[in-house]
Design a protein around this ligand. Structure first.
Ligand code: ADP
Ligand code: MG
Length: 141
């Protein structure tokens, strides 16, 4: 699925729509530069899947993981500062992929080899000031 959004709010609404439909154990992997809109998308997704308000969601910059509890549990990873895959494994993070919640992973490329086959890939690219090209695909496409 290829889409274009023209504002932050449109990206939030798109995330919300996706968030509402995600089944348990979904792993959503985000790709895109700093400022692309990964966290913005996840704000919407959190609204859709755990009814979190957008103000609650920030990139977990100084820790790797924030957990939001609602009717489902959202595991929000930001791996920008992760050194390597072993660090991810040593923290036992992998078990969250199958913990019955929803995982969102910013900077998924840091753990490319660990991503489960069932994950969904969201790529966000700048396409102008407030425009973003967003593609949402199953991992193997
Ligand atoms: P990332 O997590 O990818 O580093 P953020 O979501 O934190 O990026 O930041 C995206 C920035 O881009 C925000 O300041 C947001 O207001 C701005 N922005 C402008 N247009 C859009 C859009 N169409 N979608 C998402 N964010 C947008
Ligand atoms: Mg971010």
């Amino acid at each position: 699925m290829q889409l274009k959004t023209n504002s932050e709010e449109e990206t939030i609404l798109l995330g919300e729509r996706i968030g509402r439909e995600l089944p348990p154990n979904s792993v959503v992997c985000f790709f895109g530069d700093l400022g692309a809109g990964k966290t913005t998308f996840i704000k919407g997704l959190a609204r859709g899947c755990v009814s979190a308000s957008t103000e609650q969601i920030h990139s977990p910059t100084f820790v790797y993981l924030h957990i939001y509890e609602g009717s489902k549990t959202l595991y929000h990873f930001d791996l920008y500062r992760l050194h390597d895959q072993d660090e991810f494994l040593s923290m036992g993070f992998e078990e969250y992929f199958f913990a019955g919640g929803i995982c969102c992973i910013e900077w998924s490329e840091r753990i490319a080899a660990l991503l489960p086959p069932h994950c969904i890939k969201v790529c966000i690219d700048h396409a102008g000031n407030n425009e973003r090209k967003i593609s949402i695909t199953p991992w193997d496409e």
